[in-house]
Each structure stands twice: as C-alpha cells, then as structure tokens.
Design a protein around this ligand. Structure first.
Ligand SMILES: O=C(O)CCC(=O)C(=O)O
Ligand SMILES: [Fe+2]
Length: 364
C-alpha cells in the first residue's frame, strides 16, 4: 500500500505531513458560535470573493443521457465530445444508479455529519497515507485562507485499498450506503471511460486498461452554514488531478470557470455531475478540459457533496496520446511523466487554481 497518499485527488495528506498545523473542525466551530468567522477563512483578495467574482446563472452546463451513450448513439457521443472540450463539466442523467442508492448515501451521510465531534473523531485522518478518514481540507500552509469545509475521505476501489478503520460504524447503514453508492458510481465511471476511449479513436476498453487498475476515492465534503458567505469559500478554486470526477451535490453551491466568469451548476434531481480531471486532459493533449471549480457556502442550509475521483495507478506514465497530436493540436502540450510524480508535484506547488498543470507543459 505504499504510495497510497498520492494516488488521488487529495490536497492535504502529503502537505500536512510536511507542515503540520492544526485546523479546527469547521462544523464544531459553527456549533459553538454560528456567527463566528475567524480571519483565516476570509478571502483576502476582493476579486476572488463569491460576491464579487462574475457569476452567470443563465448558462447551464450540458446534460448527457448515459443510456444513449451506452447504446452508442452518435449524436449523444458528439454532445459528450463537445461538453468535454468546451465546458469540461456536464450532468449525467439515466445513469442507472438507483434513486434509493443516491438518497441512501445522502441520508446516512447527513446522520454521520450530525454526530458529535468526539464520535466523528474516532475516524480522524492520521495523515499516515493509509486510507484517509475524517478531517479538514486544503491545509496547504499557515498563510493559506482556509476553506469552510470538513470531509470524510475513503478509498473505495480497488477493494483491497479499503481501510476499515476509517469506515464509520455509525450510523449503522452508512457502510452499506457507501458500498452501494460507490459501486454504482464506479460503473458510471467505467461507461464514461469507454465512451472517452471511443472519442479518442481507441477500442472501448483502452482507457480503462491504460489506468492499470482504476482507483476510486470518495470524498464527502460537508459545508456547514456560514454567516458570511460573500467573503468565504467552501472550497477554493482548483482542478482535480483525477482522470474523471463524478459528483453528487444535494444543495446548490458548485461553480465552474467558463468564459472568464463563474457559472453555477444547478442541481438536477438525481443527476450526477461529471468533470474531466487533469489526467484525461493530459491524455487528450488538452482537447478535454480539466476546468477550475469552487464551492460557495450559504446562510440557510448545510451542504454535502460526494466527489468520487477516478484515478490511474500512480506507477503508470501519462502523456498525450499519439493520435491526439493531430491537425487540431499539432504539438505535444504536456511532458510524459509518472502519474504519481504529477500528483506529488501538483500538491507541492501552493495549491491554487490550475497553476500546477501548467508546470507539466512544454512552453510552446
Ligand atoms: O462541493 C463541491 O461541489 C465541489 C467539491 C470539489 O470540487 C472536490 O471535492 O474536489
Ligand atoms: Fe474538485
């Protein structure tokens, strides 16, 4: 299980190991004083604050019907191609994950996050690179503005990577709910990898084989209500180091970069939000875009999002595929490198926006 800490879209484990700082549990802070917003959470730059940055609510990210994709429907495949190159984000409907599985995940997670801090702390992350657990997100340096979120993060696939010490035993149904949800989402990921293989001119199993063992990490982000949502971010802008991320959000709050502004992703009941991660951007030589995104908070209702990061084996080398260096993009935009090194490099950089992916590019 060595190397486990860099196998995923995880922004804290390695870094915390290097620079240990204690960060309060955000929910506990809000429980003690619902109006408190410590200075370290206030976004310093006006331009980066949720109330100032340009947000368009008119634009809507594309919606993809996964059952049509699985049937090989050409029009829907074209839609997926366009969504991934122009938006990097789309919502998926008819994905075959049962409604009761989705609501089971949401309901049991809500019960978990409502438990006392002491109870949740039994699964506290040890930063020992052995499977994560409950803790705080995005702890990069003492200077960095903190995000208004707590999270529970678990390896879900391969099964051998599940570490029972971090799988909560309360509420009782939680483990089964996580199991059913991650199985459903894992299948959605496999179907999408098949579709992207075809879109990149390969056999439908190619991308999956190139992963050399698809890994999946489930990160449950819990955003307590915040009395100053205009000056605080739930999650700061970043792109995911995954190949694909599949996300369920219960309450609106996700925003993505588009045309120089921020577009809110409005929840569609029982739909899943999918985004292209850095690994797929690199394989596709920049055709499919790994887009910056962030989450905002609100005063009314705590929010939970469930992000499943699909990642390749850390030992494999990734770089643009030959067939993606074509008439449209005639040069190689990224260096070949070991996926594990790419992830490590991206977290050594101060974790801000998409700066880290640029370091992997050749200057062209
Ligand atoms: O909460 C959200 O909607 C976004 C979460 C996210 O981007 C992440 O966990 O990587
Ligand atoms: Fe993300």
């Amino acid at each position: 299980m060595e190397e486990i800490g860099v196998t995923m879209e995880n922004r804290n484990t390695n870094i915390v190991a290097e620079m240990p700082i204690s960060v309060e549990n955000v929910q506990e802070m809000v429980r003690k004083d619902p109006s408190a917003v410590p200075e370290r959470f206030i976004v310093k730059n006006d331009i980066d604050r949720p109330n100032i940055s340009l947000v368009s609510s008119g634009d809507q990210i594309p919606v993809i019907d996964l059952s049509l994709i699985s049937d090989g429907n050409e029009d829907e495949l074209k839609k997926l191609d366009l969504a991934s190159s122009e938006w990097g984000f789309f919502q998926v409907i008819n994905h075959d994950v049962e409604e009761k599985v989705l609501s089971g995940m949401r309901d049991t997670a809500a019960e978990f996050f409502n438990l006392s801090f002491e109870e949740k702390n039994k699964y506290a992350t040890q930063n020992d690179l052995q499977g994560y657990g409950h803790g705080q997100a995005f702890v990069v340096s003492k200077k960095k503005t903190l995000d208004w979120t707590d999270c529970l993060m678990l390896f879900t696939y391969p099964l051998a990577y599940r570490n029972p010490k971090y799988w909560p035993t309360a509420p009782l149904e939680f483990k089964d709910a996580i199991d059913a949800y991650s199985a459903g989402v894992h299948k959605v990921g496999e179907k999408l990898l098949s579709a992207f293989s075809v879109l990149m001119g390969m056999n439908k199993d190619s991308l999956q084989e190139m992963h050399q063992g698809v890994m999946n990490v489930l990160r449950m982000n819990y955003y307590p209500t915040c009395s100053m949502p205009d000056e605080v971010l739930g999650v700061s802008p970043h792109s995911d180091a995954s190949s694909l991320t599949i996300l369920m959000q219960d309450v609106a709050g996700l925003q993505i970069r588009h045309d120089g502004g921020w577009v809110s992703v409005n929840p569609i009941q029982n739909a899943l939000v999918v985004n292209i991660g850095d690994a797929l951007e690199i394989w596709s030589n920049g055709k499919f875009k790994s887009i910056e995104h962030r989450a905002i908070t609100n005063t009314e209702k705590a929010r939970t999002s469930f992000a499943s990061f699909i990642t390749p084996n850390t030992e494999i080398e990734i770089g643009p595929l030959d067939q993606m260096i074509d008439l449209v993009i005639p040069v190689t935009l990224y260096k070949k490198m070991k996926y594990g090194d790419f992830v490590r490099g991206s977290f050594k950089e101060k974790y801000e926006g998409k700066g880290h992916t640029k370091t992997e590019k050749f200057e062209v």
